[in-house]
Ligand binder design. Structure first.
Ligand code: VGL
Ligand code: ZN
Length: 208
């Protein structure tokens, strides 16, 4: 019997985070071929989608006299304001067209509640509601999770921190992540934070 299963978690490989998208992450699309190549090496391939209603409160357009990048309080926690992005059922919310999707076992959606953002693939930003991903991984006897995707300094970071807290063995595939970098150095800082809590930083070449 196989000791433990390994899951690949592909975070938010959606059009809006790639070139030409509403919240394009520099080099976001470069992650896609790496993700496709790595899928073959995993028992489970999970994808997440940022999936906002059109009036989501993380959108600067929903607040008078606020700009993209401003920070407000939302439900008692700090919230960065973003351009409208990943609106449910819009083209921007679709997976990048180059992404191989036939091996995806399950897609987890986040950011659905308009009153709270959800950077992590596991919980909303207030840690009140689970997406079901943690339970799903446990049900499938996954012990090791490998993360890649967008964006290093937001969704990859918070997903990684939660995965460590949930006691999975966590690997972040650094060359398969790209960051927003609202401030330059944010991605580097995020990776250090992930490493500090116990996540392992690895390169895709170490997998295959
Ligand atoms: C993300 C900002 C807003 C991400 C999602 O996927 O990292 N960043 N929504
Ligand atoms: Zn979002």
């Amino acid at each position: 019997m196989k000791a433990s299963k390994k899951a690949l978690i592909m975070v938010d490989l959606q059009n809006d985070f790639c070139k030409g998208g509403n919240l394009a992450v520099p080099g976001g699309e470069e992650v896609v071929p790496i993700a496709n190549r790595l899928q073959l090496h995993f028992d489970l391939v999970i994808a997440t989608k940022d999936w906002h209603p059109s009036d989501h409160k993380s959108f600067a357009t929903q607040h008078e006299a606020k700009q993209i990048g401003d920070v407000i309080h939302l439900g008692g926690i700090q919230q960065v304001l973003w351009p409208d992005h990943c609106v449910q059922n819009s083209l921007g919310a679709d997976f990048h067209p180059g992404l191989e999707t036939k091996r995806i076992t399950k897609v987890f959606y986040k950011g659905i509640d308009k009153n709270i953002d959800s950077y992590s693939a596991f919980y909303d930003n207030a840690h009140l509601r689970s997406t079901g991903l943690g339970e799903y991984l446990r049900d499938h006897r996954v012990e090791e999770v490998y993360l890649l995707g967008l964006a290093t300094d937001y969704c990859v970071k918070f997903s990684t921190l939660d995965a460590v807290q949930l006691q999975f063995k966590v690997f972040v595939i650094t060359d398969a992540c790209r960051g927003v970098e609202l401030q330059s150095g944010d991605s580097e800082k995020a990776l250090k934070e992930m490493q500090a809590v116990g996540a392992w930083l690895i390169k895709s070449a170490a997998i295959g």
